[in-house]
Ligand binder design. Structure first.
Ligand code: RFL
Length: 395
């Protein structure tokens, strides 16, 4: 099968689905291709925290109704540090909140809005290849159970995440691949347990960092900092709960246990690919920049890219190529702000565990924590970065 469309969007994650919906609504031809099945991506758990500006951005574009109607709103979190609870009310400091909406719910909503309204999507594709990206008419080839396919197009949107093929098409000699490894892992856990608190708990502890994040009334996410090289096999359930209790429990704050339904080691690293564009290929979301989930920023950046790319492609077809030429430059400042915040926050979260190996770093982390808790100015600056506050004019 050979077809032609304006834009081939590779990847049905938040970036690709948002972009595909916006292009379809703008009357721009678009085919969305996805390596996994629809059922798989609709159930894949990942993010949960979406910043208010991103939710408003979806809402303004007619994509956030279900999220707004059902997502709980979070206005504060709690540090558990030095054996005490320290509430941190960032909404009071910024006027902005988080919406807690599991990523698979957002993906499900966006697929329904796109496919049910007649959007063209092909799931379970394999052997995706991009062609002639520096010509006026690039193409994407792929295979499905029905055979080989080729789609000629004007642009390719590489929204295929950190393990996709798109980023591999950016040439080595003109592309900067900036990467940072944190040298630690996180054990990402989902437990069939009600939340132990009404918000997020960050446990800063000499045994290592731990976190609790309410997801739904029956499922809670936890994270545990792990040593380099550890695997899931090093973390039997009994050790998981022992460490969660040790790192998060304070005298008036216990942790509710449940059955562990996900247990996955995440290697903590970040990268940014610059520029995010090569010829007629534009990367968006994790394919262009990965932010370890330390500060819960990746999904928010994926939406930010998708909003900018959709507007730029729409402008291009309306006769103004400048926004598309400036797409990468428009995205990268926020990407680097969020990367910097993640790195800073990582040192606060993880360096307490260096008590024996590097007491200097452990004391620096403690000094930062105390400044955050004692100085209103430091707290305000932190809150603004944590909520990623952006003005409505930026959307
Ligand atoms: P995705 O979501 O990875 O989607 C890419 C899609 O592309 C498909 N694909 C292909 N399709 C076609 N052809 C190919 N060759 C393909 N190769 C791959 C994949 O199957 C997939 O469906 O990327 P996108 O859209 O850029 O979205 C990024 C977000 O998924 C990611 O940044 C967040 O999940 C990060 N993240 C968080 N971000 C937040 O903003 N807030 C959070 O609370 C938060 N929590 C998290 C997170 C990431 C986590 N993990 C799994 C690393 C919690 C965790 C545990």
């Amino acid at each position: 099968m050979t077809t032609r469309t304006a834009v081939v969007v590779a990847g049905a994650g938040p970036a690709g689905l948002t972009l595909a919906n916006l292009l379809r609504r703008a009357g721009i031809g678009c085919v969305l291709i996805e390596e996994q099945s629809r059922a798989f991506v609709e159930q894949r758990p990942r993010a949960g925290f979406i910043e208010e500006w991103a939710v408003r951005g979806l809402q303004q574009r007619g994509l956030g109704e279900k999220l707004i109607a059902s997502a709980p709103i979070h206005e504060k979190f709690e540090f558990r540090f030095a054996g005490r609870r320290h509430a941190f009310r960032y909404a009071d400091l910024t006027g902005h909140r988080h919406y807690v909406y599991p990523q698979q719910f957002l993906v499900t909503d966006l697929i329904a809005q796109y496919v049910d309204a007649g959007g063209d999507a092909v799931f379970e594709v394999s052997d995706v290849q991009l062609h002639d990206l520096t010509s006026d008419s690039p193409a994407v080839t792929f295979r499905t159970a029905d055979g080989e396919h080729r789609i000629d197009c004007d642009f390719v949107a590489g929204c295929d995440g950190a393990r996709g093929v798109s980023q591999g098409y950016l040439p080595a000699d003109t592309t900067v691949r900036a990467r940072h490894d944190y040298g630690i892992g996180w054990l990402a856990l989902l437990a069939e347990a009600p939340p132990s608190a009404d918000g997020v708990l960050f446990g800063i502890h000499p045994r290592g960092f731990a976190a609790h994040m309410a997801r739904t009334p029956t499922v809670t996410r936890f994270y545990l900092q792990t040593a380099p090289g550890e695997t899931e096999a090093d973390w039997p359930d009994e050790r998981v709960w022992r460490e969660l209790h040790a790192r998060l429990t304070v005298p008036d704050g216990a942790i509710v246990q449940g059955e562990l339904i996900e247990k996955r080691i995440l290697d903590m690293h970040n990268y940014v690919i610059e520029p995010m564009t090569y010829g007629r290929l534009h990367l968006a979301g994790d394919s262009a920049h990965l932010v370890a989930p330390i500060a819960a920023k990746g999904l928010n950046l994926a939406l930010h890219d998708a909003f900018i790319l959709a507007d730029a492609i729409e402008a291009y077809f309306a006769g103004d190529p400048a926004p598309l030429a400036g797409y990468s430059d428009a995205c990268l400042p926020l990407v680097w702000q969020y990367q910097e915040f993640s790195l800073w926050l990582s040192e606060v979260f993880h360096h307490s565990a260096a008590e024996t190996s590097n007491p200097f770093l452990a004391r620096i982390a403690e000094a930062r924590m105390r400044r955050l808790l004692d100085s209103p100015a430091a707290a305000a600056a932190f809150a603004e970065l944590y909520i990623g506050r952006r003005s409505a004019a930026d959307l």
